[in-house]
Design a protein around this ligand. Structure first.
Ligand SMILES: Cc1ncc(COP(=O)(O)O)c(C=O)c1O
Length: 397
């Protein structure tokens, strides 16, 4: 059966969301396929191996017969370890029995939240640029995204007054992603304090995506809004194991929040996946119970690459907002006068370097490129030389 034949059977919702067009992500990946000697600084998928004790825990779990479903909210031992980690690292106390749900990656958690908390037309306040899944998951739940523009001049930090200005009687959720994908920015404690006051004044629930919480540099911190007075009761934390432990393919994330909200999220999570993959849950448990030296090592390697990328871009004369965390630099190519997609496609086709156009992450990404530093240092250096060629040709320098 041809794709065209299937088209009328798609829901109006999915047709409206996708508009039938290829997404920027799919287009870039398609164009990159088969490119010889491609340097890929595109996807946010760490190239480093998963620490061996974590892999061994998954293999061991399978070999010892842990091949069945776990309880839907996850192995209780894993939920206890997550609760302990949150208490130790954030001073946040969650009951592992009722306030933590293990999910199939943070990605599932995003959809579970939207499906559970949104009625048609409810508004989700989403700082732009944003991690695209928030937009799609909101649409799939018949919610409405209200973009909060952010700007390079403030390192793309969301401004509390911009949030307040966008609030309407339909505002329900506020999404904060810190450290941020795609900009690498973090939200300061001062800004969070002002945002917390707004959330309480307008009765918003905050979805705090802390997936990159451990990946911060040069002494930066990315505090959790849930730690601020009055906020634990109205915050749902989304986090996971993919980035910190280089475990993207294991598919383990989690939700943490007050009992009333977590109870509501249980059944949609059950319907989506029943439970996160069992062997992967044992791996996640090993990640939390084992030595955290591997995290220091992984973040240390990311840090060196980040330094190289920042220095190379600086010498190339390409500006960028401060990337305090995650593993992205949001390079500013506005001086070229080219659109983000035109620049990214030219860089790919002429120079065999894959980065993603900033507009893939919302309109405020126009004029920027998301460069992920998930490659060896010599490749990062070569990629920036190539990027500089396109940049110089366009700017005439
Ligand atoms: C901000 C953010 N949230 C959630 C996810 C989903 O991560 P995972 O499902 O691998 O835990 C990603 C992945 O890139 C992300 O960048």
């Amino acid at each position: 059966m041809s794709k065209d034949h299937l088209q009328p059977t798609l829901s109006q919702k999915i047709q409206a969301l996708q508009g039938g067009a290829e997404t920027s992500f799919t287009r870039m990946v398609r164009l990159a396929a088969g490119t010889p000697n491609l340097i890929t600084l595109g996807r946010g998928d760490p190239d480093l191996p998963t620490p061996s004790h974590i892999v061994e825990a998954a293999v061991g779990a399978l070999q010892t017969g842990h091949v069945n479903y776990t309880p839907p909210p996850g192995l209780i031992t894993l939920r206890e370890a997550i609760a302990e980690k949150m208490a130790n690292e954030r001073n946040l106390i969650y009951d592992p029995n009722t306030e933590i749900i293990v999910t199939a990656g943070a990605q599932e958690a995003i959809s579970v939240v939207m499906q559970t908390l949104l009625d048609p037309g409810d508004e989700v306040l989403l700082p732009d640029p944003y991690y695209t899944a928030y937009e799609m998951a909101t649409g799939l739940a018949f919610g409405t995204v209200v973009r909060i523009p952010t700007y390079a001049e403030n390192d793309f930090e969301v401004q509390p007054e911009a949030i307040e200005a966008a609030i309407t009687p339909r505002s329900r959720l506020l999404v904060l992603v810190s450290p941020n994908n795609p900009t690498g920015g973090v939200i300061s404690r001062e800004a969070l304090q002002r945002i917390a006051e707004i959330a309480q004044r307008h009765n918003l629930i905050v979805v705090s995506d802390e997936l990159y919480e451990r990946i911060v540099f040069d002494g930066a911190t990315a505090p959790s809004i849930a730690t601020l007075p009055g906020m634990r009761e109205r915050t749902i934390i989304i986090s996971g194991f993919s980035k910190t432990y280089c475990m993207t393919g294991f598919r383990v994330g989690y939700l943490a929040g007050p009992t009333a909200l977590m109870t509501a999220l249980q059944e949609p999570h059950h319907i989506f996946t029943i439970c996160a993959p069992t062997a992967s849950q044992y791996a996640a448990l090993a990640a939390l119970q084992g030595s955290q030296d591997c995290v220091d090592e992984i973040v240390g390697i990311f840090g060196k690459r980040r330094q190289t990328l920042m220095e190379s871009l600086h010498s190339a004369g390409v500006p960028f907002p401060h990337p305090a965390g995650a593993f992205f630099v949001f390079a500013d190519i506005r001086a070229t006068g080219m659109t983000s997609s035109a620049f990214a496609e030219e860089l790919l086709q002429k120079e065999s370097v894959l980065v993603f156009p900033g507009t893939q992450y919302g309109p405020c990404g126009e004029g920027f490129l998301r460069i992920s530093y998930l490659a060896e240092i010599p490749d990062i250096e070569r990629a920036v030389e190539k990027l500089q060629r396109v940049y110089r040709t366009a700017t005439g320098n």
